[in-house]
Design a protein around this ligand. Structure first.
Ligand SMILES: Cc1cc2nc3c(=O)[nH]c(=O)nc-3n(C[C@H](O)[C@H](O)[C@H](O)COP(=O)(O)OP(=O)(O)OC[C@H]3O[C@@H](n4cnc5c(N)ncnc54)[C@H](O)[C@@H]3O)c2cc1C
Ligand code: FES
Length: 278
């Protein structure tokens, strides 16, 4: 039997970060009646790439990636785009409000596989969110031999995670692509999409990347994965973060069913060769 009772979380603060998008800072609260010691230990062991269900009382629940997994004091972050009922209400709230959260859920990025390799990460739009904690963790522990990031957005106004990308570009190569509005002449901004810059980035690796991490719109990820396989990169080394409509997040309701797999428990990260393609 799964415990579907949310833990209490406080909305600590937030800032706007891109069009209709905010970076939220939350804190898990100690509530002895509903938040057991075991429960807190589970949150503290969240893996990068996992997700949580945020509930806004009377408006419902929705899944979100961690941009920063819970620390020992229960603080964590998520980048959230205003979409429908839950997120619109969230954007009306003030700091200090108490909400609910269930999790952490799903399969995170396979850090043991990823570590100490030549890694290429590609994110599109709000889809960069699930890559934030993995890029931060790799940079912090310096456990990569090469690491590059491509980030695609429609325009400069719609770019997200600006503070993170600005910080990273002093440490690793970051290639920002935009489709509209003209580039600023900076040497890491390019007109087009991640697909357009990809051959240049692959050339810059010298030897092919050993791991590729993809997150963003599904059409973008699928076409990039197909291109990479055709380029000679093994489908066993390409990982994607998939989004599906979710209800329970624990593999019982069937909302996120994909052929033989559940996006909530088998995913949201999948290896390209193991991902049900329909
Ligand atoms: C594992 C996972 C991680 C996610 N991480 C993030 C994140 O870090 N940041 C973020 O902003 N969003 C993320 N999402 C998407 C987010 O959960 C949805 O946008 C959510 O539905 C918003 O809730 P809402 O009530 O505001 O909108 P709703 O009223 O539920 O929906 C608004 C619109 O979005 C569509 N929609 C809802 N859910 C999905 C979905 N999963 N896939 C495609 N279309 C959908 C609906 O059909 C509708 O058109 C994630 C989703 C999953 C499954
Ligand atoms: S969300 Fe219920 S089975 Fe995945």
């Amino acid at each position: 039997m799964h415990n579907l009772t949310p833990s209490a979380v406080q909305l600590v603060d937030f800032y706007d970060d891109g069009e209709h998008t905010r970076h939220f800072h939350f804190r898990l609260l100690e509530e002895p009646e509903i938040t057991t010691h075991e429960h807190h230990a589970k949150w503290r062991h969240t893996q990068t790439g996992q997700f949580f269900m945020l509930s806004v009382p009377t408006f419902g629940e929705a899944p979100f990636s961690f941009t920063e997994v819970p620390d020992e004091n229960g603080y964590f972050r998520a980048l959230i785009r205003r979409m429908g009922a839950v997120t619109s209400e969230l954007f009306e709230l003030e700091a200090g409000q108490i909400l609910g959260a269930r999790g952490p859920f799903g399969a995170g990025w396979p850090m043991d596989e990823i570590a100490n390799k030549r890694i290429l990460a590609i994110g599109g739009g709000c889809g960069l969110a699930p890559l934030v904690s993995v890029v931060n963790q790799l940079i912090e522990h310096q456990n990569y031999t090469q690491l590059s990031l491509i980030y695609g957005a429609r325009s400069r106004q719609t770019q997200m995670l600006n503070p993170e990308r600005e910080r990273w570009q002093h440490i690793i190569p970051v290639y920002n692509t935009i489709e509209e509005g003209g580039v600023n002449g900076g040497d890491n901004e390019y007109m087009g999409t991640p697909s357009d810059i990809l051959p240049t980035v692959l050339d810059s690796f010298g030897e092919l990347p050993e791991i590729v991490l993809l997150a963003g719109p599904e059409a973008m990820m699928y076409s990039l994965a197909e291109y990479l396989v055709a380029y000679g990169i093994s489908d066993h080394t390409i990982y994607l973060s998939i989004e599906r409509r979710m209800h329970c997040a624990v593999g019982t309701c069937g909302h996120c069913y994909m052929e033989s797999k559940y996006a909530c428990t088998d995913g949201p990260t999948f290896r390209w060769d193991q991902l049900p393609k329909n």
